[in-house]
Design a protein around this ligand. Structure first.
Ligand SMILES: NCc1[nH]cc(CCC(=O)O)c1CC(=O)O
Length: 320
């Protein structure tokens, strides 16, 4: 590296949201950078940024997140601070990232992906199959809601918002009997006490990019680029290239029930995609494989096939 490394006098400022999960992800990023360059913790500064999505007054309301602002809700203010130089890099859950970044920003560094699966979470460790008829399940995810109703139309799904801790509290309060959380979040938070059953990806296909952390920087910042290059995980990048191209070709917003998962094997990338009607009355799946270098094209191809089968209005809410 030709540029000076960060130091306690000139720390690298790492921007993040303030939720426990976001902070855990920022700490993981800092620790990996510190280890890669043999730097002390004091060479990094974690800068907590409040986003629209963290506005309690907005989020406390019972409106679905998609009405408040959809994708970008948790990233806009952080990206502004990156562009103005208040922070040097920004750490994100890739699952919450829009498929395109604003002009001037680059997102091409990914940490090794965590467990991609969703977990079924209850207070007493019940299995999904034992959920009684008509049970109330809490989730704010359109994808999980539709996947759930497709398999179990008898269930009642209630809006369940907030960070992992808030959702666990709602279970304790009896607002719902069960919820779904990403294994990745529980693992990163070290919440080993939460009773969970991981659901195989074939049974509940995860959200695009679930379990992946991405790190964004200013496009022209070669010092940050060199730092991030040292902690980038290539295979995660290859999987996300396929998944995010698929998502972009379908719908960049999070207003639609979409699932997708890419995996690598034997020099190839495989991609499974699934789209559902919001009420869970229909579920379309597709699958393909391609050389790893053609992952993005594979993503677009699977999206096109699904859209073709779905026809117009597939994602519209049906009038009851
Ligand atoms: N939308 C919230 C969100 N964004 C990322 C994660 C979990 C961690 C991950 O998937 O990387 C979660 C919580 C959840 O879905 O349980």
């Amino acid at each position: 590296m030709t540029q000076a490394l960060p130091s306690p006098d000139r720390p690298l400022r790492i921007g993040t949201r303030g939720s426990p999960l976001a902070l855990a992800q920022a700490h993981e990023t800092r620790n990996r950078l510190a280890a890669a360059f043999d730097l002390p913790e004091a060479a990094f500064e974690i800068v907590v940024i409040k986003t629209t999505g963290d506005d309690r007054a907005l989020i406390a309301a019972d409106r679905p997140l998609k009405e408040i602002g959809g994708k970008g809700l948790f990233t806009k203010e952080i990206e502004e601070d990156l562009l103005t130089g208040r922070i040097d890099i920004a750490v994100h859950s890739m699952k919450d990232m829009p498929v395109e970044q604003p002009a001037g920003l680059t997102l091409d560094c990914y940490l090794p992906r965590e467990d991609v699966r969703d977990a079924f979470v209850t207070l007493d460790g019940m299995a999904f199959g034992d959920l009684p008829e008509g049970a109330v399940v809490g989730t704010s995810s359109l994808r999980r809601r539709a996947q759930l109703l497709f398999r179990r139309p008898d269930l009642q799904v209630v809006e369940f918002r907030g960070n992992v801790q808030t959702r666990m509290r709602k279970l304790t309060e009896g607002v719902a009997e069960a919820t779904f959380l990403a294994c990745a979040g529980l693992n990163r938070l070290g919440m080993d006490d939460v009773r969970r059953t991981p659901i195989a990806a074939e049974d509940m296909l995860p959200a695009v990019a679930q379990g992946a952390i991405g790190i964004e920087r200013r496009t022209g910042d070669s010092a940050a680029a060199a730092l991030l290059d040292a902690i980038h995980d290539g295979p995660t990048g290859q999987r996300l290239a396929a998944e995010r191209a698929y998502l972009a070709a379908l719908d960049g917003s999070c207003e639609t029930p979409i699932a997708g998962l890419a995996e690598l094997s034997g020099g190839e990338v495989t991609l499974r995609g699934e789209i559902l009607r919001p009420d869970g009355s229909e579920c379309l799946t597709d699958y393909g494989r391609a050389p790893i270098a053609d992952g993005a094209a594979l993503g677009r191809e699977i999206a096109a096939r699904l859209l073709d089968r779905a026809g117009p209005g597939f994602f519209d809410w049906r009038k009851a």
